[in-house]
Design a protein around this ligand. Sequence first.
Ligand SMILES: Nc1ncnc2c1ncn2[C@@H]1O[C@H](COP(=O)(O)OP(=O)(O)O)[C@@H](O)[C@H]1O
Ligand SMILES: [Mg+2]
Length: 370
Amino acid sequence: MEKAETGRAGGNSFSPGSGLPVQGGASGEGAGGSGIVRPERRFQDDDRDFSLRPRKLGEFLGQDSMKKNLSVFIAAARERNESLDHLFLIGPPGLGKTTLAQVVANELGTDMTMTSAPALDKPKDLVGILTKLKEKDVFFIDEIHRLKPVIEEMLYIAMEDYELDWVIGQGPGARTLRIAIPRFTLVGATTKAGNVASPLVSRFGISCRFSFYGQADMEAIVRRSAGILRVSIDGEAASLLAVSSRGTPRVANRLLRRMRDFAQVEKAPSITHAVVKEGLRRLEIDSLGLEKHDREILAVIINRFNGGPVGAETLAISVGEAVDTLEDYYEPYLIQSGLLQRTPRGRVASSLAYKHLQSGRTPGGEASLF
Ligand SMILES: Nc1ncnc2c1ncn2[C@@H]1O[C@H](COP(=O)(O)OP(=O)(O)O)[C@@H](O)[C@H]1O
Ligand SMILES: [Mg+2]
């Protein structure tokens, strides 16, 4: 059985029922009742530096076409003095969904209230938040694919009619009250768009799909963060760090902090190419930005399942991960890098994966002679 959980947003928290939604800050985190660590929580340490979070669209680097459209929609809503249409953010962890939600609120000049779907346990949790919003406020729900059906249905009416159905009492004496709520903007974020019910998806007027950041954007992000952390980094070093951060700003910021540690302990005047090269070697991060565990996943597919196809559940068990973590955190980048393919019959290692691991095997065959 799924246990109720409390949304926790690093430094801020929202307890269901306390009626105290919290504004601003980091991403909502939550752990399933099964004791499985959710990707968002596992990597929460990476978000410790709130100072690194862009606050305005201008500081939010990359994702250019998405940003261009958004700035038009925001400007238009402001001009009409209306709330922005509901916004749906889709993408793997660490690409900036929570950050963008806060940026949108800042650009709109409104406040943001944030929570995570698993924290919305009872209808009163949702009612408590929605009735406290102000006109045009942003209400951010992280992991929106994990909403309970009863909450989801209340949300439909809230999104469309800005009203709530609130049931008072029980049994034959129960009455339904319709409560008007302020016109707000819902921002829903998910790593799994496919798991969000289509009636909910269709109520979002704007959808943004995040893609992994390219080399130039990653370099710019590394440089910006280094500036904020007041550590100097050489051009070559920034470039190497950018390649090794799997197209993910959160990873870049984490690696940058580790490189700062290495440079400091080694008394290097700045983060140099040599510091990064040695640092990455010590962290076991390879030329494609893969960590040890990424390589283990590929190796298991190649060696134990003869290259695949292997089902997600079987693979997750074999590598000791939760299916969610495998699917949300590890797979998107392996797929993006062309190392892994998702097929209807399961996961398959590509020939590039064989080459990258310098496996003695060949795709579809047994160990080769060479
Ligand atoms: N476009 C961006 N430009 C600069 N930094 C970013 C950008 N997107 C994300 N970041 C950094 O990466 C970190 C993780 O972003 P976050 O919004 O928490 O990701 P998500 O919610 O998608 O998991 C943030 O703390 C922020 O510092
Ligand atoms: Mg987040």
